[in-house]
Ligand binder design. Structure first.
Ligand code: GLA
Length: 694
């Protein structure tokens, strides 16, 4: 709902719990008024009537107060918008042109000569989506920087910053630290979202898991990006973010051209970190992730079982064992195409390896389909091995700087998806592939960063950074439209491409190459701060964990941990004993019973992964599921009962696993005994609220 003041210069947007207000002064300055609990129009107008401070030579009256600080004039903050006009002038001096409101939002239009800047606000529940649209008449103007939005926090003391940082196989680690004066900058200059930081920050002063105010901002962009959290000299805090890491040039806006920034979404919650996460999850399920009301199937992925050593025969054996276990989707990972028998050759040649799949993929796909499973394959379309037919034919299709070394990571180079011919080639190859066999699922990988982002033939090669991502989006959108039955997974050497942008066109993401069940608890805890279980792929793999740390763990512990997301199995089933396979079958069956609650329910993080006992709870309607993992038990330290949340204190709940009936108030205030002992140990509890008819 949007309310507009009588003079058409103050706006109030409201969601179910929160409000956002802004105002254009009589000097056409766009100032922020309010972001927080629901307020009324009179409150917004009272805030708008408060005078801005006076200008003086050393400080700006606008800094820390503007909705979208531009470069130039009396400002010293990092600008959201920096433009070099056709005549060489830098900066922006705009006039307010007007506004439009709709059911769910607001558009504000400003003009500076030939450049129009339109700022968009759209309410999605209590999440506010913001983005900017820049349109140029002539002559061409260079966009040095165009952030999506700048968020302003209220004046408070002792801000604390939460971020999700990581590296390969240790993604999305939650870090909380006091915010200091100056700027904290997170981002990626790697060409993809990156696992060094997820594009999200949260700020609070005294929140706990279930109480207190939390402000969160998340960017929907899958290329290089930057979010800067600035605490200004007067302690005001602003968060500005958008595509691109630097201010050195985003793209050239030619005559009549338009640039639309990605969405930078903001959420205010007074329900603590847990409430903020639940609101983010609900928003993504309702407005971002495609078909989010459809539960994701249990998959098997062959990567850890076979590596590159794959053959149709071996895949058939794995598929039979997976089907017998109750798996619903069988995914052949890397190694099925071209000369890809290791990581040195074949990337780019998306036709089945004739030695490994003499009849193409169809015979295997049919075999997989027979017991009712879906069939999936791995691809990495944005990459090429120099030892490939594609590269031999088109060495200029990769990103490169003329006369300089082409840096190879994992023996591969990055194709330039900003080029129309490259996108067209990939479209034809992938469309043909999806038509050649009944494929239901595509795991789309991106396993190295940009290093030599050059494009010798283009007059403005820098645009490659943004246009590669837009090219990727266009390709995914086209493939999805042409093959509506195919689901897509975003992978980037593990969790290197997870953001709201890719999530709006993929069905789930690969969380991390780290499948060790203990390490996973911390990765999943961080992931869940922003993203829902519905998109978080989690596999049960072999013990000892051969990929990483050699840790030995029980099937029980591995399954319970992986059930917190979209369950998958990734072990070498050819070597699993009959007992192990029988046990796994039971866990898979159990997961199928609880998955709608896990994938679509409200998440309560009962206990974090540090320490002995960690647990998560999901609530959907009358159903509640608790997944509890005891990492270590120390003598003399009893395992605590789990105080559940999100229940009705006046209701009674029956636990299907213990047969016990509990009173809601008792579960909320005194907790559920887990009976876990020894380490590690894990358990699933399914509780149902009893109705008088039960
Ligand atoms: C990446 C992925 C893995 C696997 C390999 C295949 O590292 O994260 O899951 O697909 O590539 O090469």
């Amino acid at each position: 709902m949007t309310h507009v003041s009588e003079d058409g210069r103050t706006w109030l947007l409201s969601g179910p719990a929160g409000s956002y207000a802004l105002h254009v002064t009589d000097r056409d300055e766009l100032v922020h008024l309010h972001w927080g609990p629901r307020t009324g129009p009179a409150d917004a107008e009272a805030l708008a009537a408060r005078p801005l401070p006076e200008d003086w030579p050393f400080e700006s009256r606008l800094d820390g107060r503007e909705e979208y600080p531009v470069e130039g004039g009396p400002r010293f903050v990092r600008p959201a918008l920096s433009v070099r006009a056709g005549d060489g002038r830098r900066g922006t001096e705009w006039t307010f042109e007007g506004y439009e409101t709709g059911d769910d939002g607001l558009r504000l239009r400003f003009r500076d000569g030939d450049l129009t800047v339109t700022l968009h606000y759209r309410m999605r529940g209590d999440v506010i989506e913001r983005w900017a649209v820049l349109h140029n008449r002539e002559p061409a103007a260079e966009l040095l920087r165009a952030d999506s939005a700048t968020w302003t926090l209220p004046d408070r003391e002792n801000w604390r910053l939460s971020q999700l940082h990581g590296r390969w196989a240790a993604e999305s680690r939650l870090i909380r630290s006091p915010l200091t004066l100056g700027e904290t900058v997170v981002g990626s200059r790697r060409g993809h979202t990156g696992r060094q930081h997820l594009p999200w920050v949260a700020l609070d002063t005294d929140a706990t898991e279930e109480r207190g105010e939390v402000y969160g901002c998340a960017l929907g962009w899958s290329g290089s990006w930057r979010i800067s959290v600035a605490q200004l000299p007067d302690a005001r805090v602003q968060i500005t973010g958008g595509a691109g890491h630097d201010d050195s040039g985003l793209l050239m806006l030619g005559t009549g051209e338009t640039y639309v920034t990605p969405v930078f979404a903001g959420l205010w919650s007074d329900q603590g970190f847990g409430g903020a996460s639940r609101a983010w999850h609900a928003y993504q399920r309702a407005h971002v992730v495609p078909d989010a009301d459809r539960d994701r199937p249990v998959l098997f992925n062959s990567w850890e079982a076979t590596g590159f050593d794959i053959s149709e025969e071996r895949q058939r054996v794995l598929a039979e064992r997976a089907a017998a276990m109750g798996v619903e989707l069988f995914v052949v990972d890397d190694g099925w195409f071209g000369a890809r028998t290791g990581d040195r050759a074949g990337l780019g040649d998306w036709t089945p390896n004739p030695g490994r799949f003499p009849g193409g993929l169809k015979p295997l796909a049919d075999h997989v389909h027979r017991p009712g499973m879906g069939f999936g394959i791995w691809v990495e379309p944005e990459m090429v091995n120099p030892d490939s037919d594609l590269y031999r034919a088109h060495p200029d299709w990769v990103q490169f700087q003329p006369g300089r070394r082409r840096t190879e990571f994992r023996n591969q180079l990055v194709l330039n998806l900003a080029r129309d011919d490259v996108r067209e080639y990939l479209w034809e190859r992938l469309d043909a592939l999806l038509s050649s066999a009944p494929v239901d699922y595509v795991k789309w990988d991106f396993s190295r960063c940009f290093t030599d982002a050059g494009w010798p033939d283009d007059p403005y090669p820098q645009r490659l950074w943004t246009d590669h991502v837009r090219g990727l989006y266009a390709l995914l959108d086209r493939l999805r439209a042409a093959h509506p039955g195919v689901a897509f997974e975003s992978c980037s050497g593990g969790g290197g491409r997870i953001d709201l942008g890719i999530l709006s066109r993929t069905d789930q993401v690969w969380t991390s190459d780290n499948t060790d069940p203990l390490d996973r608890l911390a990765i999943q805890h961080g992931f869940s701060q922003l993203h829902p279980a519905r998109v978080m792929a989690a596999w049960v793999t072999d013990s000892p964990n051969v990929m990483l740390n050699g840790r030995v763990s029980s099937l029980r512990f591995r399954f319970v941990g992986a059930m917190a997301g979209v369950l998958g199995v990734g072990g070498d089933l050819a070597r699993w004993t009959q007992e192990e396979r029988a046990e796994a079958r039971e866990w898979v069956a159990l997961y199928k019973e609880i998955r709608s609650v896990v994938q679509r329910g409200d998440l309560y993080r009962l206990r974090p992964p540090e320490g002995g006992l960690s647990a998560v709870q999901y609530v959907l309607g009358d159903e509640t599921v608790v997944l509890a993992c005891l990492q270590a038990q120390h003598f003399g330290e009893p395992v605590p009962a789990l105080r559940l949340r999100g229940l009705d204190p006046g209701a009674t709940y029956k636990c299907r696993d213990t047969g016990e009936v509990h009173r809601g108030a008792v579960l909320l205030h005194h907790g559920l005994g887990t009976g876990l002992r020894g380490d590690p140990d894990a358990a699933v509890f399914r509780l149902r609220r009893l109705r008088s008819t039960d």
